[in-house]
Design a protein around this ligand. Structure first.
Ligand code: SF4
Ligand code: SF4
Length: 474
């Protein structure tokens, strides 16, 4: 399992709970109180039956030892997805633009064709609606812009400890990075991380709290699945922070409290390809069907639209917004980022009256991530914003994407995907997105509101290191 995660989660020293080549402690936790371990007289060894572990339990610790565990974790989402389709729940799928690009490239079609054929495919299986996480990403970008302005102003005015940790603001969309920050870096780095939820969790919040009401469904009647470029997103969906209580008043029944997950299950792009192949569908010849417009970035003329950055466009969007809001400078994109050490570490700056007032960086891959963390620790980081992504080349190169063909390197593939990603997709500001405007008007009030804070923002928690890992590090 562990090699499927992003580099930040796969590194050898991420043995915070158990060491590589030790048995998974999560399996032990799965034993019921009165399950007696079986003891062999000959070798006096304790044997445990393989226990099903959920992704919520899995710590991405790179300690997997049995192929049974690996298979269970890999298959869990696909099996759950198919079971839920047959369970009578309303299944809703949210597709990421990175997965869309990967499928489009694999079949030699455009992103919009891939989206329409996937809609056809999923609906033929019984899925109720297919949405687009570019849409929820626009909402996260708007909230992130507002959060950045607040932090920047706080940093300029107040000279106390708290204000020092308001900048740099670090993007929070990559669960590989979040997991590493919580487990390996701990409390010093967490205040820097933006509190805005990722596009995956945001679309979950919108569907389970708002869209289901519009569709006349209760949240517990909806099974929400996302299609994502990495396995790390499965861990994100399983966080306790992304489950909420909902009191249901079904007709003719007493009210009951249910625990609702924003995202019930995550399929990787590769798993969706596996599903297509298992159904023996000639995907390229499938009819294209109309897209579900409620949460999809498609305009009246039938064009997809969104921001251009293939890892979310956080740095670019916030930079442009901050330049205009704080310094009255209109900067049209695409921005020119300058390579610093390599193409995975780039920066852009804004100077006003000879002074650098905005300094933003894209920082992708574990090597660059470690360098920037070192600077943060020593107080030598002068960036105002960091778009940190755990995968080299960013999300198009996620561990859950369709694999490169033989003889093709991951780098070559992600460069090809980069050109497919925005094929026939119009670049548009998230602030002009009519769906986002509608969500604020009818539900969230305004960017940065208390209500937006309640639904759209989250918290991070340092994870205590276990005795086992501390002993291992001796
Ligand atoms: S990666 Fe997950 S399943 Fe594998 S050993 Fe670690 S906790 Fe267990
Ligand atoms: S960089 Fe993107 S694909 Fe890679 S772990 Fe982070 S969110 Fe997933």
């Amino acid at each position: 399992m562990s090699e499927k995660f992003s580099a930040a989660l796969r590194i050898g020293d991420l043995n915070d709970f158990i060491a590589p080549s030790q048995a998974c402690i999560v399996s032990l936790k799965g034993l019921k109180k009165n399950d007696k371990p079986e003891v062999s007289n000959a070798i006096k060894q304790v044997k445990f039956e393989p226990v099903k572990i959920s992704l919520k339990d899995c710590l991405a610790c790179s300690g997997c030892v049995t192929s049974a565990e690996t298979v269970m974790l890999e298959k869990q989402s696909l099996d759950e997805f198919l079971n839920n389709i047959n369970s009578g729940k309303a299944v809703i799928v949210s597709l990421s633009p990175q997965s869309r690009a990967s499928i489009a490239f694999h079949f030699g079609i455009s992103p919009i064709q891939a989206f329409k054929k996937l809609t056809r495919f999923f609906k033929s299986l019984g899925v109720k609606a297919i949405f687009d996480t570019s849409c929820s990403r626009d909402l996260t970008l708007v909230e992130s812009c507002v959060e950045f302005i607040t932090r920047y102003r706080q940093n300029q005015v107040v000279e106390d400890e708290r204000s020092k940790s308001s900048l740099p603001m670090i993007a929070s969309a990559c669960p590989g990075w979040i997991c590493y920050a919580e487990k390996q870096l701990g409390s010093f780095v967490l205040p820097y991380i933006s509190s805005v939820k990722s596009p995956q969790q945001t679309i979950g919040v919108i569907i389970k709290n708002y869209v289901c009401q519009e569709l006349g469904l209760r949240p517990e009647e909806v099974y929400h699945v996302t299609v994502m470029p990495c396995y790390d997103k499965k861990l994100e969906a399983a966080r306790d922070d992304f489950v909420f209580q909902f009191e249901s008043h079904a007709e003719g029944r007493e009210s009951e409290i249910n625990m609702i997950s924003e995202v019930d299950s995550v399929l990787t792009t590769g798993e969706v390809l596996e599903l297509i192949q298992s159904k023996e569908v000639d995907f390229k010849s499938l009819d294209e069907t109309t897209l579900d417009k409620i949460l999809t970035n498609i305009n009246e003329d039938g064009y997809l639209y969104g921001v251009s950055g293939s890892s979310g466009g956080y740095a670019e969007t916030i930079f442009q917004y901050a330049a205009k809001t704080l310094f009255g400078r209109q900067i049209d994109g695409p921005l020119t980022f300058k390579n610093i050490r390599n193409s995975d570490f780039q920066e852009v700056t804004l100077e006003v009256e000879g002074k650098t007032v905005l300094k933003f960086a894209l920082c992708y891959g574990f090597r660059n991530l470690q360098n920037i963390v070192r600077k943060l620790k020593t107080g030598k980081c002068d960036y105002h914003f960091l778009e940190i992504m755990a995968c080299p080349s960013g999300c198009l190169n996620g561990g859950g994407q369709i694999k490169p063909s033989s003889g093709q390197s991951p780098k070559e593939l992600s460069q090809l995907l980069e050109s497919v990603y925005m094929e026939n997709v119009l670049v548009a500001s998230p602030f002009d997105n009519p769906i986002v405007k509608g969500l604020y008007d009818k539900w969230l009030e305004q960017p940065g509101s208390v209500k937006a804070g309640r639904y759209m923002h989250t918290q991070y928690h340092p994870v205590e290191k276990s005795i086992t890992s501390q002993l291992h590090n001796w």
